[in-house]
Ligand binder design. Structure first.
Ligand code: NAP
Length: 326
């Protein structure tokens, strides 16, 4: 998809979004805004989701069957929880047009490639992708067109993937406002285990632990939930099904980083027990520098378009809570 091609008309004839929740509906909105598809169709299991998508005008048509949704599409994007990929790829395969590009937005890549590739007919190109952008909200009403702006999108095409297909998907994400990086799927899963999966696991744990303490203290926790804990509760509100599937599909990388985290935590535990202030301060100074480098790279979190008040605060102060990146 070249800029020249874009001026001649939409680069995609028919885009099929399998799953139109936070990510799928954000993609639909930006595809529409940027005129990137002549027609957008969607697929969802429930009648309620299908009705909402039509009511919001996100798509021209909604289907229950993945095969019906992908018929005639030159781009198909899987935007459902990872645990559905195997079944959906099997179900949609008979409907795929020769030459179609299949992509996805899943948060784990190696397992996704295994689940999907096995079902795809010859002549269909698979370009796995992962936009590093998200919020703790779910469903078609949660999406917004700016979700991907100034965020990274990582593509993990298996070796030998058609280069024109990779470039078409890369250009699509650039037109959504993202910066694109091509990466090996195994490497992606290790990087994301550190930057996203472990932090979510920690947030789920902390909030779970707090909810286990006796009722009187729980009330205090809610009442004084400022700063750090409040941010953890926001991350721990992320979609349970999506995150269940992330951990089940990135098991090895998450367990490896969790092991290292536990070792580091033990060092801190020991430093606190023995009053080793230097150890604590040295770590906290190092982590403050890391935060500064994240801010300098403009990845500190910007705004959630549905909450304008927070938007203006977050833009002016990058230390304010923004959107959790996934
Ligand atoms: P979501 O808001 O819960 O949306 C998922 C959508 O998929 C829903 O509309 C759901 O509608 C539909 N769906 C679920 N199972 C289906 C099935 N078997 N067949 C057809 N449709 C189905 O989830 P999301 O946050 O957009 O996440 C989707 C994907 O994006 C996940 O793979 C996740 O790893 C990835 N991702 C998420 C984030 C994030 O921060 N949320 C960021 C980057 C990538 P019905 O229930 O009506 O079927």
């Amino acid at each position: 998809m070249s800029p020249t091609a874009a001026t001649k008309g939409p680069p995609f004839r028919r885009v099929a979004l399998i799953g139109v929740g936070l990510i799928g509906s954000s993609l639909a909105r930006v595809l529409r805004r940027e005129g990137l598809a002549r027609e957008i169709v969607g697929c969802a299991r429930s009648q309620a989701t299908r009705d909402t998508c039509l009511k919001l005008g996100l798509v021209e048509a909604m289907h229950e069957s993945p095969a019906a949704a992908v018929a005639g599409a030159d781009l198909v994007v899987l935007c459902t929880p990872l645990g559905t990929y195997d079944d959906i790829a099997r179900a949609m395969a008979p409907g795929l047009a020769p030459g179609a590009i299949v992509s996805d937005v899943g948060s784990v890549k190696e397992q996704v490639i295994r689940d999907v590739v096995q079902h795809l007919p010859d002549g269909v190109h698979f370009v796995p992708g992962h936009p590093i952008a998200g919020t703790e909200h779910s469903g078609p009403e949660a999406g917004f067109a700016d979700l991907f702006a100034e965020r990274w999108c990582i593509l993990t095409p298996p070796p030998g993937t058609d280069e024109a297909a990779v470039e078409a998907v890369a250009e699509l994400w650039r037109r959504c406002g993202s910066m694109v990086e091509i990466m090996d799927a195994h490497h992606h899963d290790r990087v994301l285990a550190v930057t996203s999966h472990l932090p979510h696991l920690i947030a789920y744990t902390i909030v779970g632990t707090a909810s286990d303490v006796e009722n009187s203290i729980q009330a205090e926790v809610a009442k004084f939930a400022a700063g750090g804990f409040r941010d953890f509760t926001r991350i721990a509100a992320s979609d349970p099904v999506m995150w269940r599937d992330v951990f089940l599909n990135n098991r090895e990388a998450v367990l490896e980083i969790l092991q290292r985290f536990n070792e580091d935590l033990t060092v801190l535990q020991r430093a606190i027990r023995w009053g080793e202030g230097d150890t604590l301060e040295a770590l906290f100074r190092r982590t403050r520098e890391i935060r500064r480098s994240v801010v300098a790279a403009h990845q500190a979190g910007t705004f959630d378009a549905r909450e304008p008040d927070r938007a203006s605060r977050s833009r002016s102060d990058p230390d304010r809570p923004g959107r959790p990146e996934e």
